[in-house]
Write a protein that binds this ligand. Structure first.
Ligand SMILES: [Fe+2]
Length: 399
């Protein structure tokens, strides 16, 4: 009669095996490697994750069969099982505690004072739906797939620094639009309509705007409509790098009057304060005039004492949080991780292209002196989402 011990050992070893390869999968996507290399390495990691346990079972099948019938915690006379299982247990012991700790961070930050949200089923509200091609239409029809939905949320954020001049300032944060053609232009016009309803003081787009050159003609009719009192800021992400001329979308958006913070830091003056905005497109792009350093450093030091200043950062990846803290930014806006795209009950997201894994998949995170908001984004190249609604956010700042 089969005993329970082998099943427990095999299950724990398999979880440890998956955690190790998942760790590698998430980190390779946070490097600045070219997409073709990243995708190849990704496939190797996925293949190893499933082929190694299969190989162990095939090679040691006779010993494992005998073990399943014996009330023992470990099999005898195996070749591959012991090194594989021990290395899997080590992975679990090393990675498990920090992963469990990261789940606590996903519950929410006390600096998110309140949040209200409205969910739209965009695909149902548009006459021709949201899907731009047959595959997306098919995937959109899968129950619980949320790709053609949109959460419009309003978050009240308390800054980590006392800055009364920023009280009530409203920033609309959008990210990861991924103009691919999978979602049609009407879907994006719907998103822009919701953004304009916010009547934000400032709009910030944190990268991954366009994947394919065939969608360049969408930039003007969609993003050209974005207007806010103090302008619309943007920078590029790793997917924008897929275009043969990566500067082209930036050029078009600049011609539309939007501010390219991937190229240069800027100062914005309001009646009560000034806002210094720093952009960071690393590790994928280095378009910045000052090689990632702020060209405003001297200006800030001269006059911050005389005039209150909100220090705002834009980055495609949340991995630039240490950079933001180094510059003592008050608020960092990021995207890239899409909230994990699939969020399991209780454990949340597990796949996120970040050096921190899924720790900063989406939400509000306080790491003094910086408060970071990571958007789940609007779309992605894989048209599948589960329990991870696309979002546009209005952030109202409080001191
Ligand atoms: Fe993205």
């Amino acid at each position: 009669m089969p005993s329970y011990q082998p099943w427990v050992v095999l299950l724990v070893a398999f979880i440890g095996n998956c955690s190790g390869w998942l760790f590698c999968f998430n980190r390779i996507n946070s490097t600045g490697l070219a997409r073709r290399h990243t995708k190849r390495i990704e496939k190797i990691f996925v293949a190893c994750c499933f082929s190694l346990p299969s190989l162990v079972l095939i090679i040691d099948w006779d010993s494992i069969q005998r073990w399943m019938l014996a009330a023992q915690w470990w099999p005898n006379q195996t070749i591959l099982f012991s090194p594989w299982a021990i290395s899997s247990f080590v992975c679990l012991a090393v990675l498990g505690p920090s992963w469990i700790q990261s789940r606590c961070g996903l519950r929410g930050s006390p600096n998110l004072l309140s949040e209200t949200m409205v969910t739209h089923h965009v695909g149902n509200q548009l006459p021709a739906g949201s899907a731009g091609d047959r595959l997306t239409k098919l995937l959109d029809s899968i129950p619980f797939n949320e790709i053609s939905r949109l959460e419009v949320n309003h978050k009240q954020l308390r800054l980590l620094r006392h800055l009364p001049a920023a009280e009530g300032f409203k920033i609309c944060h959008i990210s990861d639009l991924h103009f691919t053609g999978q979602l049609n232009i009407d879907h994006y016009q719907f998103v822009v309509d919701r953004v304009l309803e916010f009547e934000a003081d400032l709009i910030a787009i944190t990268g991954d705007i366009i994947d394919y050159a065939r969608c360049l003609p969408w930039l003007e009719p969609v993003l050209g409509r974005l207007q806010a009192r103090y302008g619309c800021l943007f920078l590029l992400g790793n997917h924008d790098r897929r275009l043969s001329d990566v500067d082209e979308p930036a050029r078009i958006l600049s011609q539309l009057g939007h501010v390219d913070t991937g190229k240069r830091d800027v100062l914005i003056h309001t009646p009560t304060m000034r806002i210094s905005v720093s952009g960071n497109e690393r590790p994928w792009l280095e378009r910045h005039d000052c090689a990632g350093q702020s060209n405003l450093a001297g200006v800030s030091q001269d006059t911050t004492r005389a005039f209150p200043e909100l220090r705002l950062g834009l980055s495609h990846s949340p991995d630039q949080l240490p950079w933001a803290r180094g510059l003592a930014l008050d608020l960092l806006l990021a995207g890239h991780t899409h909230g994990g795209q699939v969020r399991f009950p209780l454990i949340g997201p597990i796949v996120a292209p970040s050096r921190y894994g899924s720790r900063f998949a989406s939400g509000v995170f306080a790491r003094a002196p910086t408060l970071m908001h990571v958007s789940r984004g609007i779309a992605g190249t894989h048209p599948l989402r589960w329990r991870c609604l696309p979002e546009v956010s209005l952030l109202t700042l409080h001191s």
